[in-house]
Ligand binder design. Sequence first.
Ligand code: MG
Length: 191
Amino acid sequence: MTLHIGIDIDDTLYSFIDILRPYLNEFTWQNIQFNEITSFRLSDTWNLQIEDVKEIVRKNDLYNIWSISQDIIKKIKWFEEKWHKVSFVTSIFLYNNYNTEIYTKNFLLQHGLHYPLIFSDNKWITCKELDINLFIDDWLHNLKSIILHSPTTKCFSIEKPWNWDREINRIWLSEVELSKITKISSLLEID
Ligand SMILES: [Mg+2]
């Protein structure tokens, strides 16, 4: 069966926050470890403005430091070899300044990933509109709205510390919701 596979980019294809982490620590004079990241929102964990984060990314040229492993690239090409359709769906985190759309497109092309790229803040709407059968994301909040509003989309979550936060920003999911999401440690586990 041919599937339409939707894949998030940051922290699904590569380690976005963990590479950014030392730069955020340096900027804020903190020493937050990966497992201490209690929220996907960097501004909550580091108490930063989004503009500061953009500036850190730009100043340190992080788009040239982040990279996608060959295994992950091979896996995505394998989806295509199996006749599945692949689309990348990302939120617009850095969209307004610094030509994030162009950077992201180039970032994927540099890794040989020529698939459609959709910027979306409401991934469940994208899943519904594009008839995405399978979606992979690191953030349970996104997957929760997909299972609620696009029930035909099968969801996979990449395990990350920010999904299991016990603090105020924790995203609560019921057992029923969690049972609809397959937890994986990497995209390589999908077959
Ligand atoms: Mg992500």
